[in-house]
Design a binder for this molecule. Structure first.
Ligand code: FES
Ligand code: FES
Length: 157
């Protein structure tokens, strides 16, 4: 007899300040649920292996790679996706500093930079560089992304 598919469970996720009720399988990743069930396609599938950072989102105050996080692990936390950062200073800084080309990696980089600025209000150049090393861009040099972060810090001062 064929094994029956895993039962779905009903959960509530707090995403970008809204409560979203969704039926998930225990093994569904957060990235899959955000994109396929909640219509939030800003977080991108890249490597699906935790290496590229294209799928980065914030869960409470920490940036996570949503391709390797189970959706069920986000229950009870506040999830922020790129859609939740509309009109944020770091988004504008990316545009002003030409910090992207094809843009596929950009939502992940913006989420990561947002988390950086939350966790390190005055990061040194070395801290920015190290922080950005968790995300991969195949078409820009990282210089413009670092400048975007620096410009947010300068505008605050
Ligand atoms: S898609 Fe998640 S780290 Fe690459
Ligand atoms: S801008 Fe194309 S992968 Fe980063």
């Amino acid at each position: 007899m064929a094994a029956s598919p895993p039962q779905k469970i009903n959960v509530s996720l707090d995403v970008n300040g809204e409560t979203r009720n969704v039926a998930i399988r225990p093994a569904d990743t957060l990235l899959f649920i955000l994109r396929e069930y909640l219509g939030l396609t800003g977080a991108k599938p890249g490597c699906l292996n935790g290496d590229c950072g294209a799928c980065s989102v914030m869960v409470d105050h920490t940036v996570y790679k949503s391709c390797i996080m189970l959706a069920v692990e986000a229950v009870g936390s506040k999830v922020t996706t790129i859609e939740g950062l509309k009109d944020s200073p770091i988004q504008h800084a990316f545009i002003e500093n030409f910090a992207f080309q094809c843009g596929y990696c950009t939502p992940g980089f913006i989420m990561n930079c947002h988390a950086l600025l939350k966790n390190h209000p005055q990061p040194t150049y070395e801290v920015i560089k190290e922080w950005l090393s968790s995300n991969i861009c195949r078409c820009t040099c990282y210089e413009e992304i670092q400048e975007a972060v620096m410009s947010v810090i300068e505008k605050r001062e």
